[in-house]
Design a protein around this ligand. Structure first.
Ligand SMILES: Cc1cc2nc3c(=O)[nH]c(=O)nc-3n(C[C@H](O)[C@H](O)[C@H](O)COP(=O)(O)OP(=O)(O)OC[C@H]3O[C@@H](n4cnc5c(N)ncnc54)[C@H](O)[C@@H]3O)c2cc1C
Length: 498
């Protein structure tokens, strides 16, 4: 049996970044990926010549001098991944079903406040205070800046106050409250639960600068995989980890679905903590820890519509469009069959031959797992006609709603494809296809947070469940996980000097 220094279960962004860090530090790593394709949410797929992203549509703070740019430099991504900056004057546009007014998020703290003041002139000071506070909050998280910046803010509130209450503390204007929460789909926010730090870190990162990966986010996975191989690491695809094997209380190896065992000194799980726990004999962990992780609540899932457009028919939008049927942004995950979808997010991709036009559109709308549960024991592309009919009916309903803001959209559609919560469940093994993994709850901050350290000394967690989801959150998570093995100061100084 070949023995590694570190085995990493899952080749999502977190797993690949950890493997990069450790192999750069001279560790012999092995990444195990259940699918035939690496990347998890970084995966793309192609239909009729159009490349569609599945789980990374845009990324914040990637401009030169910004924090993610520095991390990307360390990982050798800056020169190899092609980026396009979204509209500085409106990278996200929020619209509501009850009005024709549009609300634009502009890049840069001051410009963000100024731009929205055009819609809300009487709220100029509130908007300035809001965007300045986002900066101050972000400054309290050293890895979000790669600097220790001291502020006077009470940090407990970041985890115990809700994002909803946080926003309401700046303005009583209901429309503005909804506009500031208008990118809710970026964090699957729940009014009573989502803590303010999630909203603040995510909104702040995109307000700093917002970028798309041109040609598909799988490029990130490809570069990271190439680095691992160049540094002497191993990546095994179609290798599903099934069981953790112990000698006494010491974790020794991971057993794959085919029965093969891979031995290592350290183990990093890039998969959902509850899925990880299922691989461990209950005797190896305390039952309180086990039952907490197995019962942890997850964020909602999405139904996705992937549209192939007729050539040079629909203009490319260098921004993302968020729609809400009413002035109740936080409530759109609670829907009935009749009023679905209550919101959506729409992203266009430029035609590489003529950037004025879009070649495709991706639309995401919240969907609960309950809606597709009856097909959970079926396999991809073999779920049956009733499932296909369900998806078609929902796609048509979604297009009906899109038509309210883009009235002639149907005439531009050449064809479309769809995915459901089952697709995410099958491709990333997230419980119930959850979009961002665990749901953080400001009422129970400790119960709903996951430490990279587990109760097993040589097993660590990484990925979207430990610090925060998204490219920046998962990158910081990988640094925190690997610092348990290689030391934080050593690692940070290498990242800063990259
Ligand atoms: C619809 C959607 C849209 C999103 N949009 C954005 C966006 O625009 N910008 C942004 O920054 N973030 C976005 N995100 C979030 C972001 O994609 C994720 O937070 C991040 O990619 C998760 O990375 P991860 O490391 O946790 O791993 P994951 O991507 O969850 O990957 C886990 C990997 O582990 C593998 N695996 C599972 N079980 C096993 C096993 N037993 N053995 C071996 N391998 C296994 C899976 O196959 C998968 O490859 C989006 C997510 C979704 C779902």
């Amino acid at each position: 049996m070949e023995k590694f220094d570190a085995v990493i279960i899952g080749s999502g962004l977190g797993g690949l970044l950890c493997a990069n860090i450790l192999s750069k530090e001279g560790y012999k790593v092995c990444v195990l990926e259940k699918h035939f394709q690496i990347g998890g949410c970084l995966q793309n797929f192609t239909r009729e010549g159009c490349t569609f992203d599945t789980g990374i549509h845009y990324i914040g703070r990637l401009g030169e001098g910004e924090v993610l740019h520095q991390y990307f430099k360390y990982f050798g991504l800056t020169e190899k991944v092609k980026l396009k900056k979204l509209d500085e004057d409106g990278f996200d546009v929020i619209g509501f079903g009850d009005s024709d007014e549009e609300f634009k998020y502009a890049m840069g703290s001051a410009r963000f406040a100024e731009k929205l003041s055009e819609n809300f002139p009487e709220e100029r000071e509130a908007l300035k205070k809001y965007s300045e506070t986002l900066n101050e909050i972000s400054d309290c998280f050293p890895l979000y800046n790669l600097n220790e910046i001291k502020t006077n803010i009470d940090e407990t509130e970041f985890f115990t106050k809700s994002a909803f209450d946080f926003i309401a503390s700046f303005t009583e204007n209901k429309r503005l409250q909804n506009v500031l929460a208008g990118t809710n789909l970026l964090y699957a926010g729940v009014k009573e639960k989502t803590p303010l730090f999630i909203h603040a870190l995510i909104n702040n990162s995109y307000i700093e600068s917002a970028w798309k990966v041109v040609g598909g986010s799988s490029q990130i996975a490809d570069v990271l995989a190439e680095n691992i191989i160049n540094d002497g690491g191993t990546i095994i695809k179609s290798a599903e980890a099934k069981k953790m094997i112990f000698e006494g209380h010491e974790l020794k190896s991971v057993e794959l679905a085919n029965g093969e065992r891979i031995e290592a000194k350290y183990f990093i799980s890039n998969i959902h903590p509850s899925e990880t726990l299922k691989m461990i004999d209950p005797d190896q962990t305390r039952s309180v820890y086990r039952s907490r992780l197995l019962a942890i609540e997850n964020t909602i899932s999405t139904f996705n519509l992937y549209i192939v457009l007729k050539k040079e028919s629909f203009g490319y939008l260098n921004y993302n469009y968020y729609y809400y049927d009413t002035n109740e942004v936080w409530a759109t995950g609670n829907y009935s069959k009749e009023n679905w979808p209550k919101s959506y997010m729409m992203i266009t991709s430029a035609d590489p031959k003529n950037n004025e036009f879009a070649e495709s559109i991706t639309v995401l709308a919240y969907m609960t797992y309950e809606e597709v549960k009856k097909w959970e024991n079926t396999k991809v592309e073999k779920r049956g006609e009733d499932y296909e009919e369900f998806k078609k009916e929902r796609a048509e309903k979604l297009i009906d709603v899109i038509e309210k803001k883009f009235p002639d959209i149907r005439k531009h559609i050449k064809s479309y494809y769809t995915s459901s919560p089952l697709t995410y469940k099958d491709y990333t093994s997230t419980k119930e296809g959850s979009i961002y993994g665990i749901l953080r709850d400001c009422n129970e901050p400790m119960r709903s947070s996951i430490s990279p350290r587990t109760k097993i000394p040589n097993l660590f967690f990484t990925g979207q469940n430990i610090i925060l989801h998204g490219v920046l959150g998962v990158t910081i998570g990988a640094v925190v996980t690997c610092s348990e093995i290689v030391g934080m100061n050593n690692l940070i100084s290498k990242i800063k000097n990259a």
